[in-house]
Design a protein around this ligand. Structure first.
Ligand SMILES: CC(C)(COP(=O)(O)OP(=O)(O)OC[C@H]1O[C@@H](n2cnc3c(N)ncnc32)[C@H](O)[C@@H]1OP(=O)(O)O)[C@@H](O)C(=O)NCCC(=O)NCCS
Length: 200
C-alpha cells in the first residue's frame, strides 16, 4: 500500500473515493496534508479563504456607492434602476443589511435587505453584473442576507419581482421563494410585479 502523504488535490481525491468531501479549488498543500491525516473518518471539510477567482461576500464599504449605482444601471431598465439618492437612502436605512460580492478584487454584485417589524425582512434589490451571472454570485449574496436575517430573528422574507423577469423568478423559486400576489403598476406604473415570499 502506498503510504506517502497526499501532495496534490488529485492525490487527495483518489484517496477519498468513499469519503464525503467538500474541497475548494485553491487547496494549499498544508490543507491537503491536514485532510490526509483525517482520512480515516471519511468526512473531510477543507475550508479556505477565497482565492483570487472565488467570490468574496462582505459588507458594503463607504465610498462604494458609485460602483453599486453603475451595476444597478446595467441590471435594470432606466425606469426601474435607482437614482444615487434612492440608493443612498436604501443603503443608509437604519435597518439595512448591505452586502457586496467581489471577484478578484472587483465588485460584481450587491444586495440590500431591510429588517422590518414583526420578524419580517424585505429584499430591496439584488444585482449581479451580466459577466458574473450563473456563477452562484446571486445565490451567495442571498445566502448572506438570509443568514443576517435569521440572526436577527426574521421568519418571513418578502420581495417584489417584475412579472416579465422570469429569470429572477426562477432564481428566487430555486431558493424556496413562493409566488404571491400580483401588484399592478408596481414599477412607476410602467410594469407589474409579483410579490414573492420565503419562510426562513
Ligand atoms: C437574478 C440574478 C440576481 C441571478 O444572479 P446569478 O448570480 O446569475 O444567480 P446564480 O448563479 O446564483 O443562479 C442560481 C440559479 O438560479 C437560476 N437562474 C439564475 N439565472 C437564471 C436565468 N437567467 N434563467 C433561468 N434560471 C436562472 C438557476 O437555477 C441558477 O442555477 P444554475 O446556474 O445552476 O442553473 C441576476 O440574473 C441579475 O442580477 N439579474 C438582473 C437584476 C435582477 O433581476 N435582480 C433580481 C430582481 S430584484
Amino acid at each position: 500500500m502506498n503510504r506517502r502523504p497526499a501532495k496534490t488535490l488529485r492525490d487527495l481525491r483518489s484517496l477519498l473515493q468513499f469519503g464525503r468531501v467538500m474541497v475548494t479549488s485553491n487547496v494549499c498543500p498544508a490543507s491537503i496534508r491536514s485532510a490526509h491525516s483525517k482520512i480515516k473518518n471519511r468526512i473531510i471539510f477543507i475550508m479556505q479563504r477565497p482565492g483570487p477567482h472565488q467570490t468574496l461576500i462582505r459588507d458594503v464599504l463607504p465610498g462604494e456607492i458609485e460602483r453599486l449605482h453603475d451595476i444597478d444601471q446595467i441590471c435594470f431598465p432606466a425606469y426601474m434602476a435607482y437614482s444615487r439618492t434612492e440608493l443612498l437612502y436604501y443603503l443608509g436605512h437604519p435597518t439595512a443589511i448591505r452586502k457586496v460580492a467581489e471577484i478578484a478584487g472587483k465588485i460584481v454584485g450587491f444586495a440590500i435587505g431591510h429588517i422590518e417589524p414583526r420578524k419580517r425582512a424585505h429584499v430591496i434589490t439584488l444585482d449581479v453584473e451580466p459577466e458574473a451571472r450563473r456563477r452562484n454570485v446571486g445565490s451567495a449574496l442571498m445566502k448572506a442576507l438570509h443568514e443576517e436575517f435569521r440572526g436577527r430573528g426574521v421568519v418571513l422574507v418578502e420581495l417584489e419581482v417584475d412579472t416579465a423577469n422570469e429569470a429572477a423568478q426562477r432564481f428566487y423559486a430555486r431558493l424556496g421563494y413562493e409566488l404571491g400576489e400580483l401588484l399592478r403598476g408596481y414599477y412607476k406604473a410602467r410594469s407589474d410585479a409579483y410579490r414573492m415570499a420565503l419562510l426562513l
